[in-house]
Every structure is written in structure tokens, then in C-alpha cells.
Design a protein around this ligand. Structure first.
Ligand code: 86X
Length: 480
């Protein structure tokens, strides 16, 4: 791996390309702990942007942020014995304080349902205490045994987890769908990644939930990536943790609950979907630097006039609320800077040279298409603003076309396996609804049902697995 520049082509070795881009762009680095990563300045800045957008949305709908301990007593996890069993191999434990063994070992949270719901039981007495709508931004530890990959699967990652309790099932339903809509807006309109939304099958849902909703995107290698999830937990946890309230009817009821999450995995998806052979391509709405100005003096004599103009434009853009960086470093050539900012995915580069100065113009270079546009100096701010919007829309549009091209409707078992083998992507297929067929297809092809669309699509063709009458049309794919 050379020091600068991406050496691997996205369409030749996608996985290696991804790792090279993530490391060389400076988004991430490996940590001195196996399976862990460092979120460097630029990826953390994207995460903060995601937090900003999502916090604004959930505050609007009455949620509040909180922070619970990262340590979960073993006994709490054992209370949800049923699905805890399957997760045990992933839990990391603290067993000693200093050199003294703990009386009860403590899990490092793999998710916070148990500690939060044990607390809900304490806080909730009457219908007047409801709803409770909490969110927490935190780190999570799951001791993965599968191969790790920066952002997509690491032993520690960052996420938000929302946890709510309601008096009625309808309220919980509304909550689940409201959050799903917020996620969709964040992912599509900020990260510029189009998604399919729907419901998980019984075998793919969170075991503690009544039903699980999901947002699924397609990656350029034809594999699906889950972008977020929102569960209706029904009264399952309320029964285990005895979260009861006296209703307006003066009778005792269990609360209805939801939980939902998105994680730093979204950053990995953004890299995969938009990046190219020169590196990252960041959607303007989440880019830590939206515009970089590179002054191009031909000789020492030009440099002060060019720099003065660059500073002027820098200030004007800043005043308009655009995040702009003036790269006036003298130890690098303009060409070197172009490469570096391209690698880092800055959406717009402004070049100002002596000729631009003379003509009272500036040159804009788009990161997404490499197109160069010359605009009059007095138009600079408007032109940049429009261009950022256009790049945002173009990235989404391109990704949307890619998603559409990666959905193949099939009607037979033959077509199904052929499509999965030769093309990948989402395969839309009629399914009888049986877990046996779902499992059989998973064993045969490695593909799972990613979602059942909300609007049930009846099928005229039979189940692609057993040939019996299909109940509905669902989306299969191989996935991360
Ligand atoms: C499932 C469910 C849920 C809040 C979300 O999907 C969104 C945010 N939580 C998470 N899940 C576990 O419950 C779990 C439990 C243990 Cl003990 C574990 F080690 C790993 C887990 N992974 C996922």
C-alpha cells in the first residue's frame, strides 16, 4: 500500500478498496486492540452531524437524552433468558475491581434494555407517568468472532438506542413508525442513501419484539446492509421486568414498549455507496468540510493578491453558513492538495489563480463528477450554495438508480438462484410464508429475507422455494 492515493479500484476489489479508502482518507485507524477501531476527526465529525440531525428530530417529538451505566449485572441479562442465551458468546465481562473479584460479574453493555427497563419498573406507577421516551448515545461492546471491518463490524461501536414506554399498543405502533420515518429522512436526505423499508420475518426479528421494522440499503457489491431498526416490543419486556401502571380505568396494566437504533455503521455505508477510485465522496449535508479553497499562485509575486482574494471568498462563504477551509499551506503544491482533498471527499474545491483574479472569476471543481465550472466572482457564494445542493441531489439520484437496478423480480426457483448467483442485489420473490422455506433458501444460497414490504404485494406466481401458493412478495438478499 503506497503512502498517498487510492491504489485499488472500487470495481476490482471492493473489500480492499473500502479498507484502503477508510484508512487513507483519515476517517479511521486500527486500534491496538483486536477488532477495535479509532474514529478519527473526520468520521467523528460525520457522527456528530448525524447526532445533530437526529437529536433535532427526536426532541421535536418529545424524546429526551439520558445516560445509563455501561455495566450490566449478570442477573439483569439472565432475566431475559430466552434470547440472552443466543447472545452469550458475544458478551464481554468485568470480573475484578482492582485485584478484588466482583461479587457479581458485570457485562459491558451489548444493548441496554435490561438496565433501562429495570429502572422503568421503578419509575412507572400510574398512567400519568407515561409515556416515557428516552434516548441514549453511547458505546456498545459485542465480542465478535466473525471477521471485523471498520464501521461495519467492530467489537466496540457507537450508536443511539431509543427506549420508550406507553400506555397503549397503538401509541407504541405510532412510535415505531415515527422513528422509522425519522431514520429514513436522515439516511436518505442527509447521507444520500436510498433505502427499502419494511418488516422483518419472525426468524429475522429481534427475539424480544412483537415485530421489527428495518431500513435496508444495497452496497455496490450487491450485498444488503441494515441501516437501522425500530421494534415494537409489545409487553414482552414489561412482563419480565414487571413494568406495570394503574390506568385511567383504575386497573393494572403492563406498559407497551419500543426500542430502536442506528449506529456508526451508517458511516461505512456512506463510504461504500458514494466513494470512488480517488477516495471518499461525502454528501454535502454531512461533510465536515463542504468547500476547500486552494489558491494557485504562479510565482511569488502573485501569491499575496491570490491569497487576499481567497480569504475574501472564504469569509463570504463562512458568513453564509458554509463550512469552508482555506488551504494556504505553503509546503504543498496545489496538485498535491487537490489529491488530498479529493481523497477526503470534500464536495467542492475552489481554485483561484492569477488568471481567475484578472477575469474576476473563480473555478469550482465538483467532487462527484470532477466537472469544473467557472463563475463570476460576485456569483461565488450563490453558485457554491447551488452546487452543494446539486451534488447532494446527484449523489442520492445515482444511489437511487443503483438501488433500482439492483432489485430483480423473479417468479421461479431457477430465476431466483440464477439472479442471486450472477447479479446479487435484492431479489423480489413470492414466498409462502413458511420459516422452513426461508431457512432452506438461506442454506442453499446464503440469502435471507431482508424485509416484507409494508404494503403487502400479492403474487400470481408460487413460492420460489416450495412451489405452493405464495402469501406475499418479499425481498431476499445476501447481507453484511
Ligand atoms: C438486540 C435490540 C435493540 C436497542 C435494537 O435493535 C436497537 C437498539 N436494542 C438489540 N440485541 C440484543 O438484545 C443483544 C443482547 C445481548 Cl446480551 C448481546 F450480547 C448482543 C445483542 N445484540 C443484539
Amino acid at each position: 500500500m503506497s503512502d498517498v492515493g487510492v491504489t485499488i479500484k472500487k470495481n476490482e476489489d471492493f473489500s480492499e478498496w473500502y479498507t484502503e479508502v477508510v484508512l487513507k482518507s483519515g476517517l479511521a485507524d486500527y486500534a491496538p486492540i483486536k477488532g477495535c477501531m479509532i474514529f478519527r476527526e473526520d468520521s467523528y465529525a460525520v457522527w456528530e452531524k448525524i447526532q445533530e440531525v437526529f437529536n433535532r428530530k427526536i426532541r421535536e417529538s418529545g424524546h429526551r437524552n439520558v445516560y445509563f451505566p455501561m455495566f450490566i449485572p449478570e442477573s439483569f441479562l439472565k432475566k431475559e433468558a430466552e434470547h440472552f442465551a443466543g447472545f452469550v458468546p458475544e458478551v464481554a465481562w468485568v470480573t475484578e475491581g482492582g485485584s478484588t473479584p466482583l461479587e457479581e460479574k458485570l457485562a459491558i453493555r451489548p444493548t441496554s434494555e435490561t438496565i433501562i427497563y429495570a429502572t422503568f419498573a421503578k419509575w412507572i406507577r400510574s398512567w400519568r407517568d407515561l409515556p416515557i421516551k428516552l434516548n441514549q448515545w453511547c458505546n456498545i461492546v459485542r465480542w465478535e468472532t466473525k471477521a471485523t471491518k471498520p464501521f461495519l463490524r467492530t467489537r466496540e461501536f457507537l450508536w443511539q438506542e431509543g427506549h420508550t414506554a406507553h400506555a397503549t399498543e397503538e401509541e407504541a405502533d405510532k412510535e415505531v413508525m415515527g422513528i422509522l420515518k425519522d431514520y429514513r429522512d436522515l439516511i436518505e436526505n442527509y447521507l444520500a442513501i436510498p433505502v427499502l423499508v419494511g418488516v422483518k420475518t419472525e426468524s429475522e426479528k429481534f427475539a424480544g419484539a412483537l415485530y421489527t421494522t428495518t431500513l435496508e440499503a444495497i452496497m455496490p457489491d450487491g450485498k444488503a446492509l441494515q441501516m437501522g431498526t425500530s421494534h415494537n416490543l409489545g409487553q414482552n419486556f414489561a412482563r419480565v421486568f414487571e413494568i406495570r401502571f394503574i390506568g385511567e380505568d383504575e386497573k393494572e396494566h403492563h406498559v407497551w414498549q419500543t426500542s430502536w437504533g442506528i449506529s456508526t455503521r451508517l458511516i461505512g455505508a456512506m463510504v461504500m455507496v458514494h466513494g470512488d477510485n480517488k477516495g471518499l465522496v461525502l454528501p454535502p449535508r454531512v461533510a465536515p468540510v463542504q468547500v476547500v479553497i486552494v489558491p494557485i499562485p504562479y510565482k511569488a509575486a502573485d501569491s499575496s493578491a491570490v491569497l487576499t482574494k481567497a480569504k475574501e471568498i472564504h469569509l463570504k462563504l463562512k458568513e453564509r453558513g458554509i463550512t469552508v477551509r482555506l488551504d494556504d499551506r505553503e509546503e504543498y503544491t496545489p496538485g498535491w492538495k487537490f489529491n488530498q482533498w479529493e481523497l477526503k471527499g470534500v464536495p467542492v474545491r475552489i481554485e483561484i489563480g492569477p488568471r481567475d483574479l484578472k477575469q474576476k472569476q473563480i473555478t469550482l471543481a465538483r467532487r462527484d463528477t470532477y466537472e469544473k465550472i467557472v463563475v463570476k466572482e460576485e456569483q461565488a457564494v450563490n453558485a457554491v450554495e447551488n452546487l452543494l445542493l446539486e451534488i447532494q441531489n446527484n449523489l442520492y439520484g445515482k444511489a437511487k438508480r443503483c438501488l433500482e437496478e439492483n432489485i430483480t423480480a423473479v417468479r421461479s426457483h431457477g430465476e431466483f438462484t440464477e439472479t442471486l448467483k450472477n447479479k446479487g442485489g435484492f431479489v423480489k420473490a413470492p414466498w409462502c410464508g413458511s420459516p422452513e422455506c426461508e431457512e432452506k433458501i438461506k442454506e442453499e444460497t446464503g440469502a435471507t429475507i431482508r424485509l416484507r414490504p409494508f404494503e403487502k404485494e400479492e403474487s400470481t406466481a408460487p413460492c420460489v422455494c416450495c412451489g405452493k401458493k405464495a402469501e406475499e412478495t418479499v425481498y431476499f438478499a445476501k447481507s453484511y
